[in-house]
Design a protein around this ligand. Structure first.
Ligand SMILES: [Zn+2]
Length: 234
């Protein structure tokens, strides 16, 4: 068993050749998800991923994948989730709780466009449609270089904000992928079941659940490139 967890950021209805940092064009996204669906891939929840890596879920038999979106952008709720629903797939959105309903600039190149984050009512709608909402911290800090107190607060306050509005929050994604042994221990203490890094690779049985690997799907992942990479996963 080798489980890929796909990592997306933004999905926008831009031209297939237009280059926007962190953004996969909607038409390309639809081709990628459609291809996975036609090949019989099933999208697992991170709870199912955790069970599979612990040997308690029989994901090995099917073609399984998990799909994640970092940062919680409005365009994902608006454009990507309907495509996933159309193909019967689920995903997790890792939300920066301090940025909900706002526009942020940590991911924008000079002169580029700022991304809008989904607001709570949009996230509620996504959750009502069966998508999981995980935490991506409060303020998108690099946790490996933050103080113990700041790390505990980022982990705890974001979980609490999500749970107040949307129910249990069991999954975390490290902002910028930044983590250390101390961060991982703090994530465990805060009560998360899984945490996603940005380290590339597949997840095999026994992979530490607070150090899950992901496959970044970049803006240049045309449908053909995506298929070639996906072909190497199994
Ligand atoms: Zn992020």
């Amino acid at each position: 068993m080798a489980l890929p967890i796909l990592m997306y950021h933004a999905v926008l209805p831009i031209g297939a050749t237009e280059q926007v940092r962190g953004t996969v064009p909607l038409a390309t996204f639809r081709e990628q998800i459609g291809w996975l669906a036609r090949r019989g891939y099933r999208a697992l929840t991170l709870d199912e991923v955790a069970a599979a890596l612990g040997g308690r879920h029989d994901a090995a038999r099917g073609r399984s994948v998990a799909i994640s979106f970092d940062d919680g952008y409005r365009c994902v709720v608006e454009h990507a989730l309907p495509v996933l629903e159309e193909f019967g797939m689920t995903a997790v959105l890792f939300v920066v709780t301090g940025a909900v309903g706002r526009t942020t600039d940590w991911y924008v190149p000079k002169g580029g466009r700022a991304f809008e984050h989904a607001d709570w009512s949009e996230l509620e709608r996504a959750a009502a449609h069966g998508f999981a909402i995980g935490s991506h911290s409060v303020g998108h800090l690099s946790l490996a270089s933050a103080s113990d107190a700041a790390v505990a607060d980022e982990l705890g306050a974001s979980k609490e904000a999500i749970e107040k509005r949307l129910g249990a929050c069991r999954h975390f994604a490290y902002p910028f992928g930044s983590h250390s042994d101390a961060t991982v221990a703090a994530v465990q203490r805060a009560g998360y079941a899984t945490a996603c890094t940005t380290e590339a690779g597949l997840n095999r049985r026994g992979q530490p659940l607070l150090r899950l690997r992901r496959q970044a799907v970049s803006r240049t992942a045309t449908a053909g490139r995506f298929r070639r990479r996906a072909g190497a996963w199994f």
